[in-house]
Design a protein around this ligand. Structure first.
Ligand SMILES: [Zn+2]
Ligand SMILES: [Zn+2]
Length: 339
C-alpha cells in the first residue's frame, strides 16, 4: 500500500490514520495552508503550522481543536514521521513531508519559489514521491521579478492621483494582499479597505506581522474622503455597486491570470498586474527537479499538460482528481458589502 493515497476525500496516510487537506470532514487533518479549498471546516482535530493559527481560527472557528508545529519540528504517529516545511505560498503555508520505513512523500499544497519577503520562502525537500499543484502548469506562464510588478503598481497609483482618480487595487484577501501591502512603497495617508481584506489584515497585525494599518470603508463615510486615495478590495468587488462611492476611479487587478489577455477583458478593470502566489512553469519544473522524486502526482490546475510533460521528460507522473483549486485564484470569494 502507498504511504499516501488519494481516497476521494483527502490525501490519506493510512499508517498514521491522518488526512492531508481533506475536503470532507475527518477525525484528524493536517492543513497545508489556510486557503478555503485546502482548509475546510468540520474536522475533529487539525494540525497546521503555527503561523496558520490566527487565520484558521478566523475562518474555521475560534474553538477548533488545533495543534500547531514549527517548520521541521517532527511529529511521530505509529512510527510515521511527519514534518512541515515552508511552501512560500502564503503565511503559514507548508509542504507536508511524511516518512515511513525509508519511504518519503512530500505533499506540497500550493507553493511558489520567489521569496515574497512576507512569508517564509519555499524550501526544497528531498523525497521519493512529490505531490504538486500545477495551477499555472503551462509554458505561457512566466512571472517577472516581483519588484518590477510592485514598481508598476506604485506608478499606476501616482498616475491616478495626478489624474484626480481613486486607485482601487484588487487582489485575493489572504496572501496576495499582505504580500502587496508589505512590499509597496505606500503614500503616508490612509489606505481604505473592504471588510474582507480589513479583517484578514487586522487579524495578522494583531498577531504581530508588519502590515500597514487600514481604514475600513463604511456606508456612512463621506465620499470625499476617498478622493485620489488608495482602496484595497477583493476580486469579488468587481462589477458591484460598492464601487460607486469611489467615482472617479481606476481599477487595478493583481493575479497570475492577468497573464492571459481574456482574463482582463472579461472584467471592468483598467490595469492587470501579473502577480501570483503560485509557481510559474519554470518554478514547477525546478521544484520537481530539486526534490529528486522519481514519481510525481499532480493535483490541480493544468494537471494533464504538466503530467504529460513530466512523463516525456523521464519522470513518472500522473494526474489525480481532488477538490483543490476550486476557490483561490478563481475569485470565488463571496462579496458582502459590510463584512
Ligand atoms: Zn492556496
Ligand atoms: Zn490550491
Amino acid at each position: 500500500m502507498s504511504l499516501l493515497q488519494f481516497t476521494g476525500k483527502s490525501i490519506y496516510c493510512a499508517a498514521a490514520d491522518i488526512h492531508i487537506d481533506p475536503w470532507q470532514p475527518v477525525d484528524r487533518a493536517i492543513i497545508t495552508h489556510a486557503h478555503s479549498d485546502h482548509a475546510r471546516s468540520g474536522c475533529k482535530h487539525y494540525l497546521a503550522h503555527r503561523e496558520s493559527e490566527p487565520i484558521l481560527r478566523l475562518r474555521l472557528g475560534a474553538d477548533i481543536s488545533l495543534q500547531t508545529v514549527e517548520y521541521n519540528e517532527p511529529i511521530f504517529i505509529n512510527g510515521v514521521k511527519i514534518t512541515l516545511h515552508p511552501a512560500g505560498h502564503i503565511i503559514g503555508s507548508a509542504q507536508i513531508r511524511v516518512e515511513h520505513k525509508g519511504d518519503v512523500w512530500v505533499a506540497s499544497g500550493d507553493y511558489k519559489l520567489e521569496d515574497d519577503k512576507f512569508c517564509m520562502p519555499f524550501e526544497s525537500v528531498r523525497c521519493n514521491t512529490f505531490i504538486t499543484e500545477s495551477t499555472f502548469g503551462l509554458p505561457i506562464y512566466k512571472w517577472k521579478p516581483q519588484q518590477e510588478v510592485f514598481s508598476e503598481i506604485e506608478e499606476w497609483i501616482s498616475l491616478n492621483k495626478s489624474n484626480g482618480k481613486t486607485s482601487i487595487l484588487m487582489g485575493y484577501s489572504l496572501g496576495k494582499m499582505q504580500r502587496i501591502l508589505h512590499n509597496l512603497n505606500l503614500p503616508d495617508e490612509p489606505i481604505y479597505a473592504h471588510g474582507a481584506i480589513y479583517t484578514v489584515n487586522e487579524t495578522l497585525r494583531k498577531a504581530g506581522y508588519n502590515l500597514p494599518e487600514l481604514t475600513l470603508v463604511t456606508k456612512e463615510m463621506d465620499k470625499k474622503l476617498f478622493q485620489k486615495s488608495l482602496v484595497v478590495a477583493p476580486p469579488s468587488a468587481d462589477n458591484t455597486p460598492w464601487l460607486k462611492k469611489f467615482t472617479p476611479y481606476s481599477i487595478g487587478y493583481c493575479s497570475g491570470w492577468m497573464a492571459v489577455r481574456g482574463a482582463k477583458n472579461r472584467r471592468a478593470i483598467d490595469r492587470g498586474f501579473i502577480l501570483s502566489d503560485h509557481a510559474d512553469w519554470n518554478e514547477l519544473n525546478k521544484a520537481v527537479k530539486e526534490c529528486g522524486a522519481e514519481s510525481v502526482f499532480v493535483t490541480h490546475g493544468s494537471t494533464d499538460v504538466f503530467s504529460k510533460w513530466l512523463n516525456e521528460n523521464g519522470i513518472t507522473a500522473a494526474e489525480v482528481s481532488t477538490m483543490y483549486g476550486s476557490t483561490e485564484e478563481k475569485d470565488q470569494e463571496q462579496f458582502q458589502e459590510n463584512v
